[in-house]
Structure formats: C-alpha cells, structure tokens
Design a protein around this ligand. Structure first.
Ligand SMILES: C[S@@+](CC[C@H](N)C(=O)[O-])C[C@H]1O[C@@H](n2cnc3c(N)ncnc32)[C@H](O)[C@@H]1O
Length: 264
C-alpha cells in the first residue's frame, strides 16, 4: 500500500484536536514535532545522551504529522481534514499558521496519484461511477452512468458519504422535482439527481475550483440543460423553495444550513 504524509504546522493548543481529526480520517498514529523537545536532555536505552536535529523542528509552533493510505478518495480525505481543522476556530481554538502540506509525492503528483486507484465502480442499485479516462460498457440496460473527472474538487463519487447521498437521492427524487445541491464539489450529486429525472437542479459551492470542475462534469454528463452551477455560500440568496436539498458537508455546516432553512 502507498502512503502519503500530511504535515500541519499549528499551535500547542491545537495538537490534541488535530490529532483526533487525523485519527478519525484514518491515520493510525501521529508524530508531534514540538521544538520544546530540543531543550530536554535525553538518554537512549544504553544510557548515552543523544541530540535531536533542530532542522527537524519548526522555529515557531508545533508540527503534527500523520500517514494516510493513497486511495481513490485521498484528495477528499485531505479536504475533510483541512475543513475540520478550520472549524476548530469556531471552538476558539488557536490553530496558528495552519500550514498544511502533503509529501512523499509532490503536489502535482498528489493531484493525480489517486487516478490509478480510481476505476469504474457500481455504487448503488442504479448508478455506476466511471472515471472519464476509463472505457466502460454498461452491464445492464437500465444502469445509470456518471462520468467524472473530479480534478482537485471533492467528489469521486466513491466516498462513503457521497455514496449514501446518491442512495438517498435514488429513494427520494421524483420526476420533475426541484433539487438544490449545497456543496456540490465535482457536481456528482447534481448529476445523479438530473439522471434520476429531476426537472431542475441548482448546484452550489463556495469553492471556485469546485464550481469550474462541476461545470465541466455537468456538461460531460449532458445534464447542463437541467442542472446549473453557481458559486454560493450555503443557501444564501436562494429564495425559491425546493423539493429536495442535498448537502454532503460536515455536520456543523449542515446545522447552520438548517437554521437558514428555518428562517426562510
Ligand atoms: C464533502 S464535499 C461534498 C462534494 C460532493 N457533493 C459529494 O457528495 O461528493 C463538501 C463540499 O462542500 C463545499 N462547501 C463547504 N462549505 C460550504 C459552504 N458554506 N457553502 C457552499 N459550499 C460549501 C466544499 O467546497 C466541498 O466542495
């Protein structure tokens, strides 16, 4: 199995919650590089005093490192980690410089390294996700295909939370429904809703990269006549009601979304 190293430059205060976030994201352990360690005198198991290399430690703050398996949703896992760390601010936790870096493979390779682990996959009763660079012949005549190139946006369609949303859409979308997809990422849930017969789909995302990626994927799947995409924060400015609002976002963001709905 291939591993990718994620390194976060943060504060002492944030070490514990960030370690928790990394564990929840699938890391089996964390490494903490705290410059205070340099001031301690240490002995190895043979009683000899050894020195730590100051080059391995930050001048300011603490580095928390973890190793994550390289799989088809590594990019999404990293996005989730970044989002969860940013959310610590809500709990008044100082996250300091919050510099996140990925190593072992350089940034460009990281952006594409997951591609070789991303193959056509049947994710629900009706849907098969097919990466745009793969040839795929449908097994059944009623099989619905979502062709995707998620690029740097979240949404390969294979992440467990995405799969659960697609399965929920499969159970709920009725022909002609108006669907709003909050936090569309690659556009995968909007494409699913349109292919299930929704009459109008509005995809939204805060992130400009996601908006560009989703636009391409909506076109690729020939649903751009039904589904539109815009850059938006949650449901800001959305006045018209919807039959279904789908949002695969962190629970604390969904809680904010619910308050917005209650107000409208
Ligand atoms: C976990 S991804 C889900 C992507 C895709 N819908 C899926 O199910 O695979 C969450 C997405 O929500 C977006 N997002 C986060 N906060 C948001 C906000 N306040 N308003 C709109 N989009 C947001 C992120 O940019 C990201 O693309």
């Amino acid at each position: 199995m291939k591993w990718s190293e994620i390194s976060i430059l943060t504060t002492n205060e944030a070490v514990e919650p960030i370690s928790n976030i990394l564990h929840e994201a699938g890391a089996s352990g964390v490494v903490i590089e705290d410059p205070l360690e340099l001031e301690k005198e240490r002995e190895d198991q043979f009683g000899e005093i050894y020195q730590l290399n100051p080059d391995d430690y930050p001048e300011e703050g603490v580095i928390v490192k973890a190793y994550l398996p390289v799989n088809s949703f590594l990019g999404e896992t990293v996005d989730e980690i970044k989002e969860a760390i940013n959310n610590l601010i809500i709990y008044n936790i100082d996250i300091g410089l919050n510099k996140v870096s990925i190593s072992e493979v350089n940034e460009e390779e990281w952006a594409t390294a997951w591609k070789k682990y991303y193959n056509p996959v049947k994710i629900s009763e009706k849907f098969t996700i097919v990466p745009t660079w793969e040839d795929y012949t449908p097994v059944n005549t009623d099989e619905l295909i979502i062709e995707l190139d998620p690029g740097m946006a979240f949404g390969t369609g294979t992440h467990p939370t995405t799969v659960m949303c697609i399965q929920a859409l499969e159970r709920t979308v009725q022909p002609g429904d108006r669907v709003v997809d909050v936090g569309t990422g690659s556009g995968v849930l909007s494409i699913a809703a349109a292919k299930l017969g929704a009459g109008k789909v509005e995809a939204m995302d805060l992130d400009d990269v996601a908006v560009q990626v989703a636009k391409l994927n909506l076109k690729l799947n020939k649903v751009h006549d039904v589904a539109t995409i815009s850059q938006n924060n949650l449901l800001d400015g959305v006045a018209e009601g919807a039959d279904i609002v789908v949002a695969n976002i962190l629970a604390e963001v969904i809680l904010r979304l619910l308050t917005m709905q209650a107000r409208s």
